[in-house]
Ligand binder design. Structure first.
Ligand code: ZN
Ligand code: ZN
Length: 230
């Protein structure tokens, strides 16, 4: 099965490890497929604007450079490690209240998607790009009570049809509620620092190419979780 991690931040947003070193960390650890998913933060309120001021967001202006760099590193990762690297973003709608906040991975993204668009517009645009949509850390997290992102879970009746998979585990947290609803799931590290490599991961029983991986996750057959430890 393919050892995968589809939620990884670099210094393009608030990660501490530069893209090239991130690729080498995962390549040397034996991963088969990863997605680079730096934050695209909403700029329509003070918390969002703060993230932009500290350059913790990919923007419309540097999106092309971000994508170009990922594609270049993807070539190197394939040659050196036979590891597939898929470009993505984490659309981050940050609000003061957890009930309004939501983070979504857009995996195999092609064009920039602004985080201040409405949820419907974001999901429709992701579908137009045939990207995979994943609801991130959708329930209460152990560490960050002030940064919980509950909007998608609380509004799941309305939005579940747009979401290809939900994070049933994020780093060290497991969200049982996802399995109770029988939603398609994956597990990711939400990598920001080297120690985050050792956390929940996804195993996929499919071919090592982007289309097969997207299909496998959407159908949610041959998907397993593993706690990856040193
Ligand atoms: Zn997040
Ligand atoms: Zn994240």
């Amino acid at each position: 099965m393919l050892l995968c991690d589809f939620h990884i931040h670099t210094t393009y947003s608030d990660g501490s490890v530069e893209l090239r070193r991130t690729i080498d960390l995962y390549g040397q650890a034996g991963f088969d497929a990863i997605a680079i998913t730096d934050h695209v933060v909403n700029g329509d309120n003070p918390i969002g604007r703060l993230a932009h001021r500290f350059r913790y967001s990919v923007t419309r202006e540097n999106f092309a450079a971000y994508m170009g760099h990922i594609r270049e590193e993807a070539g190197r990762a394939w040659d050196k490690y036979r590891m597939l690297v898929i470009p993505g973003v984490e659309i981050s709608k940050n609000h003061l209240t957890p009930d309004k906040s939501a983070h979504m991975l857009i995996i195999d993204v092609h064009d920039f998607i602004p985080a201040c668009m409405s949820f419907e517009e974001i999901f429709v645009e992701a579908k137009r790009q045939n990207a995979l949509t994943v609801a991130c850390h959708p329930h209460y997290m152990s560490a960050a009570s002030d940064r919980n992102t509950l909007f998608l879970w609380n509004n799941r009746e309305k939005y579940a049809r747009y979401i290809d998979a939900w994070e049933i585990a994020n780093r060290d947290d497991v969200f049982n509620v996802i399995s109770l609803k029988k939603y398609p799931y994956i597990a990711n590290s939400d990598f920001h620092k080297p120690r985050h490599l050792y956390s929940w991961k996804t195993l996929l029983n499919c071919e090592k190419d982007t289309d097969s991986i997207k299909r496998c996750i959407r159908h949610n057959k041959g998907v397993a979780l593993t706690l990856f430890r040193n």
